[in-house]
Design a protein around this ligand. Structure first.
Ligand code: HEM
Length: 452
């Protein structure tokens, strides 16, 4: 039986008071931290006031009160249904794109700022074509992309330069230095080596994304988008061998696809991948047993060649389980949908808040760093874990991104070990925080000597 035809729970209607609590404690803080681009001040506040813990506690409380069915609420003239049960989340995601379209009104208003033809906000036949094209270029379902040798070389070069600059400087790596190296890596992988230093392109995308954070309230920035698209096009036109731009040029596309129009999402999504990689480093810097496992894996692998690095990869998966970079998965029903003994009208927006399921307190590994669950079948056997979404709309870049992030983590750990500035908040003997502000992470990089 698939997720789509499984019985679902009957919805309940939230009271006016609970609607206000949900708006204030779940929806508003996510917007404040930045749904499309993470804001430094918003993230710091989110960590300081444990906003994700408050949000998941409220949702768990409401589930106890109203039952497991989707919780209906009306907000700003829109109908929402907050999904409270992992099986129902799997059901909605399995029903992508019909009846549950990922191209919700809010997402379209927001992402149109920089990727009007992106697959995520497309519908109908155009969505099908764009999805197939993304899957083909990103080689979804293939753990080692055919461009992996070049990607591995690029990641290792940039990691080497980052470490070189760190050693020549104060010996510390913070988010800004890591992000600079990560952005160079991403531009080289997507656009080719010539794109490495085009920080202007990333800055333009950043400005468009900041505007996109405001969703429907945002003004259009047509001139900036036009400049961004023209500059991106000059990179893609080069189709530099070994880059995704070359793969894009070589992949057949049906007329409605707009291949260059898919690329802003890739550049934007690499940002979240950098956050996930940096948080993985933070986890490994405070969890000696897992760090040893990674080192054991690295010791028996020729890191200059592409390899799967299963344990290191599982550490990155834990980073996105513990702190999903896409906490809200949104779907809008394109027709009336049946829920238990009731129906929900077309146009209902379903909110799936991944941390509610990833940190469910009934899971024995809920607040612990447990890479093993991604290796022993535990994660595959639970529908509660969805860091890359699930069903036909799941992330088509996940294989590629796990390769790139695990290679970066491996390159950084190969000859160095890291002392975090504030180790206390990630102690292995305490529940891990529900929010981890990556902007505030800082490590001293020390040479690693085996057997020390
Ligand atoms: C750690 C890094 C990443 C995570 C956790 C992640 C996660 C996700 C999630 C949760 C979605 C579904 C969003 C939704 O349903 O609303 C998604 C969609 C998507 N991702 Fe990723 N992603 C990552 C990196 C990437 C990268 C680097 C690329 C491209 C190079 C990429 C390409 C895409 C595309 C094209 C979609 C839209 C798919 C569709 O609508 O069918 N992602 N990703």
């Amino acid at each position: 039986m698939t997720g789509t035809d499984r019985a679902t729970h009957t919805p309940a209607k939230a009271s006016a008071r609970d609607t206000a609590r949900l708006a204030a404690q779940v929806i508003a803080p996510t917007l404040a931290a930045g749904a499309v681009i993470r804001r430094r001040a918003g993230m710091a506040l989110a960590e300081r006031y444990a906003l994700d813990r408050r949000a998941t506690s409220l949702l768990a409380e409401l589930r106890g009160h109203y039952g497991p069915g989707p919780l209906r609420l009306d907000l700003a003239g829109r109908r929402f249904a907050v999904v409270l049960q992992a099986g129902d989340a799997a059901h909605v995601l399995a029903g992508t794109p019909d009846p549950y379209s990922p191209a919700t009104r809010e997402k379209r208003a927001s992402l149109e700022q920089f990727q009007p033809h992106g697959v995520l906000i497309s519908r109908g036949a155009e969505r099908d074509d764009r999805r197939a094209f993304n899957e083909a270029v990103l080689e979804y379902g293939h753990q080692l992309h055919s461009l992996a040798p070049r990607m591995v070389r690029t990641v290792r070069e940039e990691a080497g330069k980052l470490l070189g600059a760190t050693t020549a400087g104060d010996g510390e790596i913070g988010w800004t230095a890591f992000r600079t190296a990560w952005d160079r890596t991403a531009r080289r992988i997507v656009l080719g080596d010539t794109g490495r230093d085009d920080t202007g392109l990333t800055a333009m995308l950043g400005r468009l994304r900041s505007t996109a954070n405001w969703s429907t309230a945002a003004p259009r920035r047509a001139t900036l988008r036009d400049r961004f698209e023209r500059r991106l096009r000059t990179h893609l036109d080069r189709a530099e061998p070994g880059s995704l731009a070359a793969a894009l040029a070589a992949t057949p596309a049906s007329p409605g696809t707009d291949p260059p129009g898919q690329v802003p999402h890739w550049l934007f999504a690499f940002d979240g991948a950098g956050i996930a990689a940096f948080r993985t480093l933070a986890l490994l810097s405070t969890h000696a047993a897992q760090e040893t496992q990674v080192r054991n894996e690295l010791a028996v692998t020729d890191l200059t060649e592409p390899h799967l690095l299963p344990y290191t990869r599982a550490c990155v998966l834990e980073s996105v389980r513990l702190w999903p970079t896409t906490p809200f998965l949104l779907r809008e029903s394109v027709r009336e949908t049946a829920w238990g003994e009731d129906t929900l009208p077309a146009g209902t927006e379903f909110l799936i808040y991944a941390p509610l399921f990833h940190r469910d307190e009934s899971l024995p590994y809920s607040d612990r760093f447990t890479p093993e669950i991604w290796l022993d079948g535990t994660a595959q056997d639970t529908e509660a874990l969805m860091p890359f979404s699930a069903g036909p709309g799941e992330c088509p870049g996940q294989d590629l991104v796990l390769l790139v992030t695990s290679t970066m983590v491996a390159a950084l750990l190969e000859r160095h070990t890291y002392l975090p500035e504030r180790p206390g908040r990630l102690r292995p003997d305490r529940p891990l925080p529900r929010t981890l502000d990556h902007f505030g992470l800082r490590f001293a990089a020390l040479p690693f000597r085996p057997g020390r």
